[in-house]
Design a protein around this ligand. Structure first.
Ligand code: 0O2
Length: 221
C-alpha cells in the first residue's frame, strides 16, 4: 500500500526540479537526518581511533575524512536505474550509499588496520565488503569499500542505518578524482580510450609507489 510520502515521491518523476520538491518533504528530510546522524557516528568512531593511535603509536592512521549525503537527484537517478519505485522504503532497502564516508590514509596497511578496528566494534555490522585494493577494477580503481550498519539513538527510537565507508590512500584518492573527471567528460573527448589507458598506467605506478613508501615507512619504524 502506498503511503502519503510514497505518493509525494511520485511527484519527483514529473518534476523539473527534484531537489526543490524533495527539500519540502518532511519524511524525506527525517530520513536524511537519520543518515546524517549515522555519518556522525562513523566519523566519531574513526576520529577516536585516530586520536588513540596518535597517542599510543605516534602516528595517524588516516590523513583526512570526508562525509557526504547523496544528493536527492542522484538518489532518484539510482532508483530509476535499478527499476524500482521512488519511495522512502525503496531508498532504505535498495540504496546502501546514501551516507558515505571517505577515509584517506597515507599507507595501504593503515587501511586494513583501521577498517578491521572499525568492523570489530560491537555495535557495527559489516554487511558487504568490496576490496578493490587486492582486486582493482579493470580501469585501475583501487579502494576498500565497506557497507556497515550502525545504530543511531533518537529521542524515542533506535534506528539501524547503512553507511558506505570507502578507505583509500592519498594516491588512490588523487587518481580517483582524475578518473571521475574522465567519466563526466568522456562524451566530449576525441580519444577517451587513450586517456583511459594512460590513467590505468598511472593507477599501477601510484600503487607501486604506495607499497614502496610503505616499505620505507616500515623500515623507519
Ligand atoms: P559517488 O558520487 O561517488 O557516490 P552500488 O553502489 O553497489 O549499487 P557499484 O557501482 O557496484 O554500485 O558500487 P561500487 O563498485 O562499490 O562503487 C561505489 C562508489 O565507489 C562509486 O559511487 C564511486 O564513489 C566509487 N567508484 C567505484 N568505481 C569507481 C571508478 O572506477 N572510478 C572512480 N573514480 N570511483 C569509483 P558512485 O555512486 O558512482 O558515485
Amino acid at each position: 500500500m502506498s503511503t502519503e510520502a510514497d505518493i509525494s515521491m511520485e511527484v519527483l518523476l514529473n518534476s523539473d526540479n527534484p531537489d526543490k520538491v524533495l527539500k519540502n518533504m518532511q519524511p524525506f528530510l527525517n530520513l536524511m537526518m537519520c543518515y546524517e546522524c549515522a555519518l556522525m557516528e562513523i566519523e566519531t568512531k574513526l576520529k577516536i581511533l585516530n586520536q588513540e593511535f596518535a597517542l599510543v603509536h605516534k602516528r595517524n592512521p588516516f590523513e583526512s575524512i570526508k562525509c557526504r549525503l547523496k544528493k536527492p537527484v542522484s538518489i532518484v537517478e539510482k532508483l530509476k536505474k535499478k527499476g524500482v519505485d521512488i519511495t522512502l522504503d525503496n531508498i532504505q532497502n535498495n540504496l546502501t550509499d546514501i551516507a558515505g564516508v571517505r577515509v584517506i590514509c597515507s599507507f595501504p596497511e593503515d587501511i586494513y588496520v583501521l577498517s578491521e578496528l572499525l568492523a570489530k566494534q560491537d555495535d557495527i555490522k559489516v554487511i558487504n565488503t568490496k576490496d578493490y585494493i587486492r582486486n582493482p577494477k579493470p580501469n585501475g580503481y583501487r579502494s576498500l569499500h565497506l557497507i556497515v550498519e550502525v545504530p543511531i539513538f533518537l529521542s524515542n527510537e533506535k534506528k539501524i542505518m547503512n553507511v558506505e565507508v570507502q578507505f583509500r590512500t592519498i594516491a588512490m584518492d588523487f587518481w580517483a578524482s582524475l578518473d571521475h573527471k574522465l567519466k563526466y567528460k568522456k562524451d566530449n573527448l576525441k580519444h577517451p580510450e587513450i586517456i583511459a589507458q594512460e590513467l590505468k598506467k598511472c593507477a599501477d605506478m601510484s600503487a607501486a609507489m604506495d607499497y614502496k613508501m610503505q616499505e620505507i615507512r616500515n623500515m623507519l619504524e
